[in-house]
Design a protein around this ligand. Structure first.
Ligand SMILES: *[C@@H]1O[C@H](CO)[C@@H](O)[C@H](O)[C@H]1NC(C)=O
Length: 164
């Protein structure tokens, strides 16, 4: 008898735990209704996600959340919110989850995928030196020269435009 009660209680605990998987935790931004286990995975767009993301943004606002099974994605679509969270509060939002496959493929050298550590800070410093609006003004003469060269090459050898 005792073993059956333990079994039923055990199953009940598993059931209660599994029911929570996929549900939106308190404190998260709003988002589409979830279902147990999957959360929003069953409505997650397989392609052209930006259309669905835009539709949800109109409904739930510039910051909303999606439950992807036990995981959470927070979608930022509002420029002011992006500036606030990614720039002004970057101290607490700069890191990202470990992505082992991406790490293997890029050798940890992709700024968009790498964790926040010394390597990332080196990448960022380097990018900052060449990619800010002020810095990119310095590339303008090179860009104009390359554009002229490209047009010249296409004029002379139109059939080889792809290699140009
Ligand atoms: C920084 O993190 C990446 C993973 O994104 C890793 O590949 C790299 O070795 C780390 N660099 C340092 C200095 O810890």
């Amino acid at each position: 008898m005792g073993i059956w009660i333990s079994l039923v209680l055990g199953l009940l605990c598993i059931f209660v735990y599994l029911r929570k998987v996929g549900s939106r935790e308190a404190g998260l931004p709003p988002g589409p209704p979830t279902i147990p286990l999957l959360g929003n995975l069953h409505v997650f767009p397989a392609e052209s996600a930006h259309y669905k993301f835009t539709e949800w943004a109109r409904k739930y606002g510039g910051i909303y959340s999606l439950k992807l099974g036990p995981g959470t994605a927070v979608i930022l679509t509002d420029a002011a919110a992006v500036k606030e969270l990614m720039d002004k509060r970057s101290g607490s939002t700069v890191d990202r989850p470990a992505m082992h496959v991406a790490d293997r493929v890029t050798g940890g050298l992709n700024m968009g995928l790498a964790r926040y550590n010394e390597s990332w800070r080196t990448l960022r410093r380097t990018a900052h030196a060449v990619l800010t609006p002020q810095a990119s003004v310095r590339h303008l003469p090179i860009q104009q020269a390359e554009a002229s060269q490209l047009l010249h090459d296409i004029l002379r050898q139109p059939e080889a435009r792809l290699s140009h």
